[in-house]
Write a protein that binds this ligand. Sequence first.
Ligand SMILES: NC(=O)c1ccc[n+]([C@@H]2O[C@H](COP(=O)([O-])OP(=O)(O)OC[C@H]3O[C@@H](n4cnc5c(N)ncnc54)[C@H](OP(=O)(O)O)[C@@H]3O)[C@@H](O)[C@H]2O)c1
Length: 278
Amino acid sequence: MITGVNSGIGHYFASTLARRGYRVIGTCRSPERLDPGLLALPGFIAIGMSLDSDESINQAFHQVREHCDDSGLYALINNAGIVSAGPLSHIGMEEVRHQFQVNVMAPLRLVQCCFELLRRQAPQSRIINISSISGLFASPFIGAYVGSKFALEGLSDSLRRELALVGIRVVLIEPGSIRSPIWRKQLGIGQLFSTSPYAAFIASADERIEDMERQSRSPEYLLPSILHALESPSPRARYLVHPKKWLIRLMVNYLPTTFVDRLVERNLRSSQQAIRPF
Ligand SMILES: NC(=O)c1ccc[n+]([C@@H]2O[C@H](COP(=O)([O-])OP(=O)(O)OC[C@H]3O[C@@H](n4cnc5c(N)ncnc54)[C@H](OP(=O)(O)O)[C@@H]3O)[C@@H](O)[C@H]2O)c1
C-alpha cells in the first residue's frame, strides 16, 4: 500500500512496482483524476483517502482491509506529504498543524490501522516511511516541514524498536531533492511573507525553487534504495539517498553546531541563498 500515488515519488513507485508484478493499493484524494496509465496496470487498485484527519483515514481504511482480505499486507509505504514553507515566527499555526497532520499524524494513524494486516505477513512485512534530508538537517524557512520530518524520524525509530518484537520491520528513506511538484506548490511564498523582517531573504524563493527543480534528480534515483528496503530480508533502518551523503553526515554528526549555523547564515546572506543548502 502506497499513499499519495497521483504525483511525484508515489506515482513513480506505484507504477514501477505494479509493472514489476506487485499488487499495489495506491491511495490519493481523487482517484477519478488518477493517471489512466496507472489505473490500467493489472494489480493496481486505487482507493480514495484524504490524510486530513483520522476520521477520513479510518473511513477509507475499510476499503483497504477488504482488498487485503485474509492474506494481510506485505508493506505500507507512507509517502504522501506536503511542504509548508515560511519563517517559523510568522507562519500560520493552522498551516503548521496541517503540516504535522499530513506528514506525522496520518502516517502514524495508518500504521495503527494496518498493524493487524501487517502482522499477518510478519516476519516479512515492513513499513517504509518516506522522510527527507530535512529530517536530518534543519534548513531555515521550511521549519514546519523540518519539524514534521524530524518527528517522523523519531516516531520511526521508536516504532522500529517496538515492532521488531512482533516481526514487522520499519525503514526510513531520506531523499535529497527529487523532481516532483512538491516544491512548486510553494511558489509565491516570497510574496506571502513580504512584510516580514525576513522579506529580503525569502524574496527570491521562487527562483531558488526553480533552481532546485532543475538540479533535482528523477524519482528513479530512489529505486535501488526502495527496492532494497522492500525486498531485502534484512532492510536497513535508514537509506540516505543523496549524491553528497558525506556532506550531510559531516554537517549533522561531526561539525560543531555553531560552525554550521554560521555557514547557513553566510549562505543566506550571500547571493547564493538556498531554501535547502544541499
Ligand atoms: N521531492 C522531493 O524533493 C522530496 C525530497 C525528500 C522527501 N520527499 C518526500 O517524498 C514524499 C512524496 O513527495 P513528492 O515529492 O512526490 O511530492 P508530490 O508530488 O507533491 O506528492 C505528494 C503526494 O501527497 C499527497 N497529499 C498531500 N496532502 C494530502 C492529504 N491531505 N491527503 C492525501 N494525500 C495528500 C498529494 O496528493 P494531492 O496531489 O492530492 O495533494 C500527492 O499525491 C513526501 O513525503 C515528501 O516529503 C520529497
